[in-house]
Design a protein around this ligand. Structure first.
Ligand code: M6R
Length: 612
C-alpha cells in the first residue's frame, strides 16, 4: 500500500526516483509524486499513474541529487493532485512521503490548528509533516530530532522519508509496521518500500526495524537510532534478486508471465526440500520446532485473500494426511475476536508480501498468547518473515501482478510438503502412500508445463463468456478452495461478479441464480466424489446454465453434459489444487484482457495491504 523511494548521493535523483516509482507502482497507483532538493525544494505530483507524473514534469527543472518519490493507494482523502504525496510543511521547508495510517491524526490536527497550522489536503500524512514542523520551530531542533519527537506522538503505522530544505545533505527515514529498506551504494544511498527500486544499483541493504529512525547523509554516513533515542548498529544484508525478475520478459502482462513461471517456481519451492528417489521431505525452517508442531493441539492458519484460500487447502491436506486439527481464519477477524489461542497451538501466517497488516497483527496476538508462530512467505526479509519463530520461503521470486498466481501455487506446494512431513513423522499415512505422493510431487512441474498448453482453448472459452455479468464457481473437497480462488481471480481483474461455492451447497441457494446467462465453472476432477459432482453439473444444465468443466484427462462422461471441458493431467487427489487452479488463472486473465481491463493493476486494489 503506497510505494516509497528516495535517493541521496552524487547522481541525478529524478531518473532513479521515477524508475523506482514504476517498479513500485504495483503497491498503489492512485497518484504519484516526487520532491527534489537543489537549493529549492520542488514538489511535483499528479493524480493517476506514474506516467501522468512523467508527462507533467516534462520541460521542468529536475536537476537534483537528493529526492523522494511516492506512489499512492488512497486511504485518507480521495485520489487527486492535492492529496498526492509528497506533503509539505506550512513553511515549505520540509517534504515528506508516507506509507501507512496515522490513526490519531484527527486529534493532532485539532491541536495543530490551534497553534495556527493550516492544512490543504484531507490526508493523515499532512498532519505528520506539520507536527514535525511544529517541533522544529518550537525547539529549534535538527530535522532528525523533530522527526523523533513527532513520531513519539503518533499512533498508527508508518514508513516515512523526510527532507529538510535547510539541511539539504540529509534524509531521515523511519518505520513502524510498514516496510522500509535502505540500499547502500558505492557513494550513495537508496531507500525503498522494498528492494525492487534499489536492486539495480546495489544488493547491500539494511532492513529498518519497527520504531527505528535512520539518518543518511550525502557524505556516506548512515546512523540508526530508536524513537527512544537508543543507537543501533545497522545490520547489512545481501539481497538475491536479478533485474530480469522485475521485467515482463516479452509477456504482455506480469500476470501472464507469472502464470507461465509456475512450472519453475513450484520446482524452486521443492528444491532441496523433497527428494522422491531417497523418499524424504525436509523443511529446514521448522525442523528445530518439529516436536512442538507434531504434538500441537491445533494448527491455526491466518491469512487474507488468495493466501487464505491456500490456507483452506492446507486444512484439507493437514487434517487428511497428518490428522492434526486445523482452523483457517481471516487474519482480520482473528485479531479482533478474542480468540482462544494457547502455547499448544501453532499459528501459521500465509502471506505473499509478508507485509499484510492484518496478518501481522494476528501473529503478534498469537505470539503474545504463547503460540509458536510460523511464517510461510514469499518476499525475503519482509516483516512477517522476520517476526515469526519459524519460517519457510516459497521462493516464487517477485510477484508483481496484483492478482496472485505463482505465489498461490508456491504456498500450496509448501503446505503440501508440510502436511507430508508431518504425516510421515506422526505415522498417519502408510510409507507407500507417502512415497507415492512424494513421487507425484516431483511430477507436478512437468504436469503444469503440459497443462499450460491448453491456453488457446481457454482463450476461446474466455471469448464465449467475457460479457457475463455474473459467474459461479463450484468445487468439492480439495477443489472447493480452488472454486473460491477462481472466483476471486475473475472478480479482481475483470470486474465480473463471481462467487465460489462448495458444489453441494449450490442447491441451498445459489441455484436460484442459474439461467442461460450464468456461466458455471465446475472443477470436476475429484475421484472420491465423482458421481456427486456429475449430479451437480446435471442440476445446472437442467436449469439452462452454461457449464465449463475442469476435468481429468480422459474423462468420458462430463464432456457429454458440459458445454466446454478443459482437461488437466491426472494426479493424486491431495495434489489436484496445484493443477486445477491453472486453467482458472488463465481464464480470468483472458477475460480481463478481452474486457480491456488493466490486468496487472486492477482498479482500487494494491499488491500489498499494509493498512487495516
Ligand atoms: O501478501 P498477502 O499474501 O498477505 O496478500 C493477501 C491478499 O491481499 C492477496 O492475496 C489478494 O487477495 C490478492 N490480490 C489476490 O490475488
Amino acid at each position: 500500500m503506497c510505494g516509497i523511494v528516495a535517493y541521496i548521493g552524487k547522481k541525478q535523483a529524478y531518473p532513479i526516483l521515477i524508475k523506482g516509482l514504476r517498479r513500485l507502482e504495483y503497491r498503489g497507483y492512485d497518484s504519484a509524486g516526487v520532491a527534489l532538493l537543489n537549493g529549492e525544494l520542488n514538489v511535483f505530483k499528479r493524480k493517476g499513474k506514474v506516467k501522468e507524473l512523467e508527462n507533467f514534469v516534462e520541460g521542468k527543472n529536475l536537476d537534483a541529487t537528493v529526492g523522494i518519490g511516492h506512489t499512492r493507494w488512497a486511504t485518507h482523502g480521495k485520489p487527486d493532485d492535492i492529496n498526492a504525496h509528497p506533503h509539505s510543511s506550512g513553511n515549505g521547508r520540509i517534504s515528506l512521503i508516507h506509507n501507512g495510517i496515522i490513526e490519531n491524526y484527527a486529534v493532532l490536527k485539532t491541536l495543530l490548528e490551534k497553534e495556527g497550522h493550516t492544512f490543504v489536503s484531507e490526508t493523515d500524512t499532512e498532519v505528520l509533516v506539520h507536527l514535525i514542523e511544529e517541533y522544529q520551530n518550537r525547539e529549534n531542533l535538527p530535522i532528525e530530532e523533530a522527526v523523533r519527537m513527532a513520531l513519539k506522538k503518533v499512533v498508527g503505522a508508518y514508513a516515512i522519508v523526510v527532507m529538510d530544505k535547510q539541511d539539504p545533505d540529509k534524509l531521515v527515514a523511519a518505520r513502524k509496521a510498514s516496510p522500509l529498506v535502505i540500499g547502500i551504494g558505492e557513494d550513495d544511498f537508496f531507500i525503498g518500500s522494498d528492494a525492487t527500486p534499489i536492486i539495480e544499483y546495489t544488493n547491500k541493504v539494511v532492513y529498518l526495524n519497527d520504531e527505528e529512525i535512520a539518518v543518511i547523509t550525502k557524505d556516506g554516513d548512515l546512523q540508526i537510532k530508536t524513537i527512544g533515542n537508543v543507537e543501533h548498529t545497522p545490520f547489512v544484508e545481501h539481497v538475491e534478486m536479478e533485474i530480469e525478475m522485475l521485467e515482463k520478459g516479452g509477456y504482455d502482462y506480469f500476470m501472464l508471465k507469472e502464470i507461465y513461471q509456475q512450472p519453475a517456481t513450484i520446482a524452486d519451492c521443492m528444491r532441496g526440500r523433497l527428494n522422491a528417489e531417497e523418499g524424504w521431505v525436509f523443511l529446514g525452517g521448522v525442523e528445530e520446532h518439529s516436536n512442538r508442531i507434531i504434538n500441537a493441539d491445533r494448527i491455526i492458519i491466518a491469512a487474507c485473500g488468495t493466501s487464505w484460500h491456500a490456507g483452506l487447502i492446507a486444512e484439507y491436506l493437514i487434517e487428511d494426511l497428518a490428522r492434526i486439527p486445523v482452523e483457517v481464519e481471516y487474519a482480520s477477524e482473528l485479531r479482533y475476536r478474542n480468540p482462544i489461542i494457547t502455547e499448544k497451538d501453532i499459528v501459521i501466517a500465509l502471506s505473499q508480501s509478508g507485509e499484510t497488516a492484518d496478518t501481522m497483527a494476528a501473529l503478534e496476538l498469537s505470539k503474545e498468547k504463547g503460540a509458536l508462530t510460523y511464517g510461510i512467505v514469499n518476499v525475503v526479509g519482509s516483516s512477517i518473515a522476520r517476526f515469526t519463530d519459524a519460517g519457510s520461503y516459497i521462493h516464487a521470486g517477485p510477484e508483481i501482478g496484483v492478482a496472485s498466481t505463482k505465489a498461490f501455487t508456491g504456498q500450496v506446494t509448501l503446505l503440501t510438503m508440510l502436511a507430508l512431513s508431518l504425516a510421515h513423522k506422526r505415522g498417519t499415512i502408510s510409507k507407500s502412500y507417502f512415497q507415492q505422493l512424494v513421487n507425484e510431487m516431483e511430477n507436478i512441474p512437468a504436469k503444469v508445463e503440459k497443462l499450460l498448453k491448453v491456453n488457446p482453448q481457454i482463450e476461446f472459452i474466455a471469448g464465449e463468456i467475457k460479457d457475463a455479468t455474473n459467474a459461479l464457481y463450484l468445487g468439492r473437497g480439495y477443489n472447493f478452495p480452488i472454486a473460491l480462488e477462481g472466483a476471486l481471480k475473475l472478480k479482481e481483474i475483470s470486474y465480473i461478479h463471481a462467487e465460489g461455492y462448495p458444489a453441494a451447497e449450490m442447491k441451498h441457494g445459489p441455484i436460484a441464480l442459474i439461467d442461460e446467462n450464468m456461466p458455471v465453472i465446475v472443477i470436476a476432477t475429484n475421484k472420491s466424489a465423482y458421481e456427486k459432482i456429475v449430479s451437480n453439473i446435471q442440476e445446472v444444465k437442467a436449469r439452462k446454465g452454461m457449464v465449463i468443466a475442469i476435468v481429468t484427462e480422459g474423462d468420458k462422461v462430463i464432456g457429454k453434459i458440459a458445454d466446454y471441458t478443459i482437461e488437466i493431467p491426472d494426479t493424486d487427489e491431495p495434489l489436484t489444487p496445484l493443477l486445477s487452479v491453472i486453467p482458472l488463472q488463465l481464464l480470468s486473465y483472458h477475460i480481463a484482457v478481452m474486457r480491456e481491463c488493466n490486468v496487472d493493476q486492477p482498479r482500487n486494489l494494491a499488491k500489498s495491504v499494509t493498512v487495516e
